[in-house]
Design a protein around this ligand. Sequence first.
Ligand code: CU
Length: 809
Amino acid sequence: MTAHAKMRSAPSNSRPTPLAAHWLSASGLAVALLSLQSLAAEAGPCLAVSQPLLKLPEIASKNGVLSGTMILIDEQRRLIFRSPGAKPGQPGSFFDCQPQRVRAFISPEARPKVPPSPGGIIDPYPGPVLRARLGDIVNLTFVNQVDANRFGDSIDQGEKRSLKPPSDPAAGCDISSPGDPKNGYPLAGGDTWPDCFHGSSTGNIHFHGTHTNPNSTGDNVLLEVRPSPRDPKTRKPAITPESANKAFADFFKACAASLRGDVLSPYPRNWDDAPLGPWNLSSNPTQPNPNTWTGQQALLLQAYDSRTKQNLWDTNQTQIDANQWPQYYVGAYPYCFAIPEYKEGGKLIMGQSPGTHWYHAHKHGSTAINVSNGMTGVLIIEGAYDDALNAFYGAGWTQTQPVMVINQLTVSPNLLRQPSPQGGGGPGTQDKGPDFTVNGRSQPIVDMAPGEVQMWRIANTSGRSGAYFGNIAPGLQWRRIAQDGVQFAYDNYLRSENKAFLMAAGNRVDLLMKAPATPGIYPVLVQHEVDPSDLAGATPVVLLQVRVSGAAPKVENRTRFIDEKNFPKQPAFLANITDAEVTGQDDGNGGRIGTIANPRVITFASTPPNFPNPPPQSQNYAMHTINGQKFEDGKDTAIPVQLNAVEEWKIENATYGTAGPLIAHPFHIHINPFQIVEIFDPNATVRVPNVGTQPKYVFTTTNDNPPYAQQCNVNVTDKSTWRDCQNKPSDNPRIWWDVFPIPAGAQPVLNGTTYSIPGSFRMRSRFVDYAGQYVLHCHILAHEDRGMMSIVQVTPAGKKANPTLYKHH
Ligand SMILES: [Cu+2]
């Protein structure tokens, strides 16, 4: 095998020539790429870096409905691999390309189509851009046509679980070393069912950033859709986009009508609701009705169970009996929900924020592999925000601006690679994952006119690494205009000029980027970051390249950052969450539900192998927990919240750098964004004038004053001092987030005693408009898959919470 990452010649014209990425040296012998699924495939040349940024296929809403088909397929795409053990941007490393079978979202309706590369090769690209507007209804047909058999022994073991003895801790888990199980995943890593990688051919879609119905056909990530059955002879899937769209047509009409009548309509509530139901026969209620879609699903699930010795139907039956929406499906699923527009005096307390949101695969056990295969895409929700920008920059301007999907594409998460002698992860375990691609391309080119301002809608859809935009590029100027799909107040926009920022896994940024006046190539550099401590050793890598050429824009405003007068106004529901709001509302029973004085504490923790965890979960291997629990059957204790409560939470990170790496787990919660009111990073440093860099927190056993005014004293025996003493209350508008990294903890040793001081932030959120069961989790998706996820259960006042009946498969 030889490496073929040679640079091709740059586009031949008089324009400036893209960078030669000299650190991607093509010299040297290729090392065996042990992590690859298939060594039989021939290594091939990579698509040259410096391709134009790929224009993504798009589905746009029409007449208030975002309608389309999302097919989950598997196909060979040419992925880029860095040599095992090499770090992002490491000098002397090189990459190679090889066709790999990946799972991907495609849509037959999306335009323009992605042209194949020379030789008919498919290079990777994300799912279609979904473009909707506030007030629209989403009607998406999801069809799962993955061929589970294509993923062999190593990737999708779920259906084979019953073939193994129940005592086998690996039963049902993905296997990286079938011939020698003791030396591969999951045994060497110590993972056990169900908190291991598994079930990668099961699909669903999470609409990340949406404020909508988390139940039934809404943003429901507890759904699991198995692939369509296939004809035994032709291998053709029985459930097709055509058959699914036909089956859902009446339902989509009924659902849209229901949501137009009541934006908070819970329809469909259960499998009895027509036209999808009723699922059973009135003459014989235990028998599925073969003439309804839910009845057909019951029959498909029963057939599936008898073939695979699974108990999916039993779980559905239990959930149906409890009057809940069941979780398992076969072949297809109809997503229908509102993108709720806030109206003064209307029913909604909050409404959706217009901005750059995204969607991705979210099946517990396979989120990491599916997202890293490329099952991600952008969901743009337009509103008055876009109207204001277009009034300044020109009609339709926002719809012409670049959409950038960052991902770390791979077919094998860390732990599925060859094991290290110590057990657990394979080569490259601590390298923060594969190099970033943008729209499936390495270091693509964005063309800009001299002095032009563009709006870049960037989503970091990586399942692992943050992209730290530090010193982006000399000559370029930028301002952030929205974070996580929520527009900035003017002050924050102004303050962000040319300032460094981190896009953790899951974050989005709308960036106004201004090109220099001088033609040339300006690389945009980022560093891979899972924890701020990584930055010291993280070589900046080229994320993309700005090519400035041609004439300056004719529209003069297109060379300017939008000014205060024209800046999009934030809707009222984005005002700061005040102390008064979290001080406490009446709980209806003579008590208060306020949390300001007593924030709810949610603790994330990664513990290395041999770390004694709180009983009863003593483990001899690494594990990832929330409040000491993994997300698994019988342990999925829901976090209860009353509907429309406004709460303050303290999100802690009890992960320490003592035996493993420091990890700032990116906290993500569905359905409602939040505001940060304090960050406590016990590993932080401060600049002290005339002294230099000092630790911000001085650990003592007393309540002394620290040596310098910039520092805080932390009494390791007094939890009330475990905070940022410099944090001043402020009325400045705060930024809204839906993913925020929790600072890792510190373990100072004082007088021979080790103290564990978790990092933390305090956040406030309005749990408004939508009740139901949804999740919070770490957005390092391998952590989520292995247990770092929890159910949040929002229940209206005076109502009893539904039991959590979620099962793992
Ligand atoms: Cu994590």
